[in-house]
Design a protein around this ligand. Structure first.
Ligand code: ADP
Ligand code: MG
Ligand code: ZN
Length: 230
């Protein structure tokens, strides 16, 4: 595929390879220093859009990019990340952090920028992997929910925020009142409906409109993170 004057090909691992003999540096003009960027906020806040935007800009800067997402729902694209606004970027679906490490180490040193979407679903091992990658000079872009639908910190995201160079905390629009929304409201109580991104299952709410236990007895609450343990 040719975009402008860039010749881009995509291999089966969802890695875009840039054929450029003039490649040098990253978007920040530095080769040797890695960087961790976390993009967080509730569902519908534009995390995937922002991740896709940064990945595309990295490719324009002739950097080689690899993108990953957890294996959480087979109904979604397996070879791409997607936003609710239907933007996509090639990505590889991996079962766990160990698998992502295996794939990544097979691709290094070609890959300079690593994107990870829905990072909240990975276990704490991702924090260590990201630490290794940044030490190697990679730029790691991580998108993930900061809180669960009960409003609690979500999986490894708080730790990733802590070790990052930059945190972008996005808000969505509260479906009830239109204010900036920091929460992900789960609608209904069914344990079956643990579906990332499904309209009608979750919606964005501001702090005032958020009802963490709406329609659900406390003992039936299911952490979104349980989805990966099915
Ligand atoms: P995230 O990855 O954070 O869930 P996406 O990048 O997939 O978010 O989607 C963001 C897009 O979702 C917005 O650009 C907008 O088109 C759409 N959207 C739907 N509901 C809302 C909402 N309540 N607030 C903001 N954007 C919304
Ligand atoms: Mg998303
Ligand atoms: Zn509100």
């Amino acid at each position: 595929m040719v975009i402008g004057d860039l010749d881009i090909s995509c291999n089966h691992k969802g890695v875009r390879m840039m054929n450029s003999s003039t490649h040098s540096g990253n978007e920040l003009g530095r080769n040797e220093v890695g960087r961790i960027e976390v993009i967080t906020g509730p569902m519908f806040s534009g995390k995937s859009e922002e991740l896709i935007r940064r990945l595309k800009r990295a490719r324009i800067a002739r950097q080689r990019v690899a993108c990953f997402k957890p294996d959480i729902d087979l109904r979604y694209h397996r070879t791409a990340i997607a936003s609710h606004s239907e933007q996509t970027h090639d990505a590889m679906t991996v079962a766990n952090v160990a698998r992502m490490r295996e794939v990544l180490y097979g691709l290094l040193p070609e890959v300079e920028v690593i994107g990870i979407d829905e990072a909240q679903f990975f276990d704490e091992a991702i924090v260590h992997l990201v630490g290794e990658l940044v030490h190697m000079g990679k730029r790691i872009l991580i998108a993930g929910l900061d809180t669960t639908f009960t409003g609690d910190p979500f999986g490894p995201i708080p730790a990733l925020m802590a070790i990052s160079d930059e945190v972008t905390k996005l808000s969505a629009v509260c479906i009830v009142c239109g204010a900036p929304a920091i929460h992900t409201q789960r609608l209904g109580a069914s344990r079956e409906l643990v579906v990332v991104g499904a309209a009608g299952v979750y919606e964005a709410r501001c702090r005032a409109c958020f009802r963490p236990y709406l329609n659900a007895p406390e003992n039936e609450q299911m952490e979104l993170s349980e989805a990966v343990e099915r």
